[in-house]
Structures are given as C-alpha cells and as structure tokens.
Design a protein around this ligand. Structure first.
Ligand code: DGY
Length: 418
C-alpha cells in the first residue's frame, strides 16, 4: 500500500503546474474543472495548502454569470483540440464555454473534514462558499429554465462522460452542417480505438460553433441547443454538492447560502424520482427535447447514489451492481456489458473509471450498502496493481486505456488507501 501511495503522490507532483494540475501530460495540457476538484482531494492528504490552491485557481476563472468553465487554458499548447481559437470565449485567460460536473462543493467539504489546519480550512473554504453557491444558482437558472428541479447538459462534454451510449439517440439529431474542417489531436496521444469517433467529434464541434454564434450567452444557450439531456449522475453530483455546501455553510456561519442550497436540494431530490425505471432497476437519463426517458443502462443511473436518494433506491442500485459484478472482473463498467453498444475499450461505452467508482462507493457507503462499496474499492486497487494509473480500464481484463500516469486516478487511489 505504501508503494502505491508513493507512486500516486509522484504522479500528482509530476502533473503539478504550480497552481493547477494537468490531468495528464500531452493529451490534456490544461486545467479541467472536475479533474481539478477531485485531484485536490488527493492533494489534501499530502499538502493542504496546495489542495486549496487547486480549487482557488479554478474559481479565479469563474464567469461573471456564475458558470465555472470546463477547461482553463492557462498556457499555449498546440497539442489539444479544440483550443481557445475554436471556443472564442474572450475571457482574460481563455476558457472553454461549457461547464462540467459540479463536484467542487463535495470536494471542499471533504477537504475541510480531513483538515489538520482548521484555521486555514475555515478561511479557504469560507471564501469559496459564495463562489460555489453562485455556480449552483447558475445551474438552476441557466440549465433548468422551466424550474423542474433538475438541470440539463447541453453538450456531451459537460457530462464528463463524453461518448456515453446515453447520448447516442439525442446526438443523432445534432446536425453537422457548417462544421469547419478540423484536425483532432487526441488520437495522436491515445489509441483511436479508445476514443470517441470522428462522427461524434463533428457533432461536438457543431454545438461549440452554435453556442459561439450566440456569444456564449447563457440566457440563450439552453433553449437554443438541439441537445438537452438530464443525466441522473450529473444531477446527483450537483445535489450532493448542494448538501455538502449547506452543511459547510452552517459550520461557517453563512446561513443564506445554507438555506438556498437546501432549497435546491429538496426540489432536486424530489425530481430525481421521475428518472427512476423499475424495468432497468436504475435511474435513466431524460431527453428533455422529447420528454422521454432514454433506455440506456449506463453508469450515469448508478452514480445517482452519490446523492441522498431514498434507501430503497440505493438498495436497488446495490443489487444492480451485484448483478453487473458477475458479468465483469472489475466493477463498475460504464455501460452494461449485455447491451449491444457495450465496448470494453472505448472511453465511456464500457470502461471502468476510478473517479466514478469512488463516488459510487462513497454513496453506497453512506446508504448502508457497505459490501458492494467494498467490492468496488477492492476492484479499483486491483486495477492499479495490475495496470498502473491509467485514465480508464477494460472491465473484463483490466487493460489500461486512454492516457497514462493520470492525475485523478492517482488522487482517487490516495483516497481509497486513506
Ligand atoms: C476531451 O477532450 O476528450 C475532453 O473530455 C473534453 O473535455
């Protein structure tokens, strides 16, 4: 265990650029939103000050409307596509124009709870709370304009699960007319068989061009997007962050923030119920454009357990994971191996991701599903021992996929060992 911890710490150091950490050298040369927040949790075991700085840096680039962008382009690097010239968000430091799973509220509370320097933690968390609250408010304002209680993503990249089967049908309706020619860079750093397809990239870029044409005005983007999907996993992350933000705000004497966060939480948890499917035994995504549930048994519906869903729902997810555990060597596959679309190597269409394992295990633990949680943690450590700190892994045989020496994988391992 010590050798694994040391190796993980070495990867965090290697990818540290001073005030932010890159996900991995080459493939992802900038700061990514949810990577950074989860990375900070790992860093907190080694250097708390550095962990707070990781999140501070991200929020230094929060937009005036409250959004926190999914990429901050701190420095020039031609090795990534799409770069600032494609996004054209006209920020002082260039950023992308979409967001990512809002794990910051959870991360800040987790770091606060493990602090050995309470004064610093009070000061750093206290300063972050209003910024995180503004981001959450932005979500409910800009990505839930009808006030349903749940937010939509308007680009697959926002989910973090870029090429999930969940998006296939909705994404088919996104055209590719007018997409300017481009050269991908990801396939030069990673095996193309592990990455999204060219057809998907054309649609990713179509949406970027569409939003850019609307000057990244978030009062317009949601309604203008041909892609609006409500992801239970994404919403669970947001709701968990609301809950953690509320508790922290109580501790730090910021009652207005606590009350607002709890209001979001109560409405969101009630609305989550509309995403439940008895037939699939898990939550499903909602295609907001059509108003129908997407019959796709992915990890998004299992990640719902990261929020305080009802006990019987968490128990059902535990059962579903036990069944999945008989189909693969390593939990949790990002898609059901029995589904026709399952691809054990291709990014979010089958592989295991340690960050999702971490959040699912945490949620199950909180819900009293300790046995399944323990299996997920054990499988995660086994993957590291077999295949090193990869970006993701084949759930059938543990083949390491995507980028190597990956920051958030290392950060999660530090948490698993703690
Ligand atoms: C990528 O480039 O693959 C990222 O996931 C988009 O943020």
């Amino acid at each position: 265990a010590n050798a694994i911890f040391d190796h993980a710490a070495e990867i965090l150091r290697e990818n540290d650029r001073g005030t932010y950490t890159v996900p991995t050298h080459g493939l992802y040369p900038f700061q990514w939103n949810w990577d950074s927040c989860l990375t900070a949790i790992g860093q907190a075991h080694i250097n708390e000050d550095r962990a707070w700085t990781e999140i501070d840096t991200l929020f230094d680039h929060q937009w005036d409307d409250g959004m926190v962008p999914h990429i901050v382009f701190h420095q020039h690097d031609d090795g990534y596509f799409p770069g600032p010239d494609v996004w054209q968000t006209h920020r002082p430091t260039p950023t992308s124009g979409i967001t990512q799973p809002p794990v910051a509220g959870f991360a800040v509370r987790r770091i606060f709870d493990m602090t050995k320097d309470r004064d610093m933690a009070r000061a750093r968390a206290g300063a972050l709370l209003p910024k995180i609250a503004a981001w959450h408010d932005w979500f409910f304002r800009s990505r839930d304009p009808q006030g349903t209680g749940l937010v939509a993503i308007i680009h697959p990249w926002e989910s973090g699960r870029d090429n999930s089967v969940d998006w296939d049908a909705a994404f088919e309706r996104v055209p590719t007319t007018g997409v300017l020619p481009f050269v991908r860079r990801d396939t030069q750093h990673a095996n193309p068989d592990h990455r999204p397809t060219q057809a998907q990239y054309e649609r990713y870029i179509y949406l970027v061009q569409l939003f850019r044409g609307l000057n990244w005005d978030n009062t317009k983007l949601h309604d203008a997007s041909p892609f609006q999907v409500v992801d239970p996993g994404f919403n669970a992350i947001l709701l968990r962050s609301c809950a953690d933000l509320a508790d922290l705000a109580d501790t730090l004497d910021q009652p207005g923030i606590a009350a607002q966060a709890r209001a979001h939480l109560a409405r969101g948890l009630a609305a989550m119920e509309t995403l439940w499917s008895d037939a699939q035994g898990q939550y499903l995504c909602l295609d907001r454009t059509l108003g129908t549930l997407i019959q796709s048994p992915s990890i998004g519906g299992l990640l719902a357990t990261f929020a305080a869903i009802p006990q019987h729902r968490a128990a059902a997810i535990g059962t579903r994971l036990t069944i999945l555990g008989e189909k693969v060597t390593y939990l949790v596959p990002s898609h059901d191996p029995d589904a026709a679309e399952f691809d054990s190597l291709r990014y979010w269409r089958g592989p295991v991701w340690l960050i999702v394992n971490y959040m699912i295990a945490d949620g199950l633990q909180q819900a009293g599903q300790g046995d399944v949680a323990a299996r997920i943690v054990a499988d995660s450590i086994a993957l590291i021992e077999k295949s090193g700190f990869a970006e993701y892994y084949d759930p059938t045989d543990g083949t390491p996929c995507g980028g190597g020496r990956f920051t958030w994988t290392a950060a999660m391992v530090i948490e698993f060992l703690a």
